[in-house]
Write a new protein. Structure first.
Length: 484
């Protein structure tokens, strides 16, 4: 090998190859893959590590593949939306599984008893949700629409995007022409894409009122390309249809006979193919029985809540957003069958609550449920997991964690601790299925439940919701091991 060549041992969370020099110094190499011998150009040096860019490959990984997008790479102007297109999709999944296991061990101090088979699906055309930046570049007389360049505030000159649905990728150049011909082209910073099963919605952010001529241009584009335009003048609450009527924006969960209407700015999963499998596996692992009550924490629009309502005796969905709770109730009513009909949803209610301020007292208000489904944002469910641990400790006659770890009495009192009778009457869930979009916060919360809360991690596995990116989603199962 040439002098100074580096052997790549692994990938980090940013999909950079990791190598060590002879003196032990770590080098992160953009574009390099495990098992490869490479040369690299260093662009950042610290005492214990360096960051470099791949310049030559002397021994290539068997998992290296040709990227499927012409805008991917290390070249100037390359798109920064994907980081792993040079790695075989199956190897990407293996890397994400390893990231999950490493986080559980190093951050949560635990190992899952069973490793679930990863959930994976189409590697291309999967991204049904996207926020596309828009810029009119006066010096070049052109419009750019898409994602930013690698490590840059500039937009990539994207003409196609293979991770978007094919019909949307084919619209990128027509969209550039549309925006370029509008009177308001200087005040249109963003288009938010939301694809349902039958409707392609685009939310156009505009900083100034649109002229009648521009509205006519949008309508003509919609007629030609089958787009449903929504307009956003300020915050998310200003989003409205350009023209009322037309088909609804929704997606189906056919395994449960559920159809979920949504607004284009509502949170829905980016990858509908994976979402269907995700819901199916979560419910299979939760194994809800007809006589059981279930709580769906961070329920959103009811993506898990409504399927759970086809299996349980009673379901409660809890979500921080009042608007999402209102739409959850609407979706429940729209999917409810007549009394006595097959597939009728069980009694279900929805509650709006800030789950990042959860306390043991608030947790008791939601009553006893045999099973929980937890699907938090990237911040995780720390307050919820800690409330479970605190109730577990109180039931054993121990102080809550804040006091046990040396916190003062005032801090413990601020937790809104319930009385002993209420604590004794409560029962923790026998099983929790936790769906995560951040392995670090999952590991943190799992560490609480397993090391302090009376649970074991019986299963965990990766979910490849975002192929070709370093984003890791996962699922874990926690079973009660302490007799209550």
């Amino acid at each position: 090998m040439p002098a100074g060549a580096l052997e790549i041992d692994s990938l980090d969370l940013e999909a950079q190859g990791v190598a060590r020099r002879a003196d032990g110094k770590v080098v992160f190499v953009e574009g390099a893959l495990p098992t490869e011998w490479v040369s690299a150009s260093t662009f950042k040096r610290k005492n214990n590590w360096e960051q470099a860019t791949l310049t030559d490959i002397h021994r290539e990984s068997s998992q290296r593949v040709r990227p499927g997008c012409p805008h991917f790479g290390l070249h100037p102007g390359a798109c920064g939306g994907c980081k792993m297109q040079h790695l075989h999709p199956m190897a990407q999944v293996a890397v994400k599984q390893r990231v999950l296991e490493d986080n559980l061990w190093h951050l949560g101090k635990l190992k899952s008893e069973t490793i679930l088979r990863p959930i994976e699906g189409p590697a291309w055309g999967y991204r049904y949700r996207a926020r596309l930046s828009v810029r009119y570049v006066a010096k070049k007389g052109t419009v750019l629409i898409g994602f930013h360049e690698r490590k840059s505030r500039y937009l990539a000159d994207m003409q196609v995007c293979p991770v978007l649905p094919p019909h949307v990728s084919a619209m990128l150049m027509p969209l550039r022409a549309l925006i370029g011909g509008m009177d308001a082209r200087d005040t249109l910073p963003q288009i938010e894409l939301a694809c349902g099963d039958a409707v392609t919605a685009m939310v156009l952010r505009h900083l100034a009122p649109l002229s009648e001529a521009d509205l006519g241009r949008l309508r003509a584009f919609a007629d030609q390309h089958g787009v449903q335009w929504w307009l956003q003048s300020k915050g998310p609450d200003t989003v409205k249809l350009l023209d009322e009527g037309g088909p609804a924006l929704d997606y189906a969960l056919p395994d449960y006979g559920i159809v979920m209407p949504f607004r284009p700015t509502d949170f829905t999963q980016v990858n509908p193919h994976i979402n269907r499998v995700l819901v199916r596996r979560a419910l299979r692992l939760l194994d809800v029985q007809r006589d059981e009550r279930v709580i769906d924490w961070f329920c959103g629009l009811g993506n898990f809540t409504l399927p759970l309502a086809t299996q349980a005796r009673e379901v409660r969905g809890i979500e921080g957003s009042e608007a999402l709770v209102a739409r959850s109730r609407e979706n429940y009513e729209k999917n409810q069958r007549p009394a006595g009909a097959a597939g009728r949803l069980c009694a279900t209610d929805f509650v709006a609550r800030n789950l990042f301020d959860m306390t043991p007292g608030l947790l008791l208000q939601d009553g006893i449920a045999e099973k929980w489904l937890v699907d938090p944002p990237r911040e995780g469910a720390f307050a919820l997991a800690k409330a479970v641990v605190d109730l577990h400790r109180l039931r054993q006659g121990l102080p809550v964690m804040a006091a046990a770890e040396g916190g003062d009495a005032a801090a413990a009192a601020a937790l809104d601790l319930p009385d002993a009778a209420a604590v004794a009457a409560w029962r923790p869930p026998r099983r929790i299925v936790y769906v995560s979009c951040n392995p670090a916060t999952l590991a943190r919360d799992a560490g609480l439940l397993v090391n302090h809360g009376g649970y074991r991690c019986s299963a965990a596995g990766a979910v490849n919701m975002f192929p070709h990116t370093a984003h890791v989603e996962s699922m874990a199962v926690f079973d009660r091991v302490v007799a209550d």
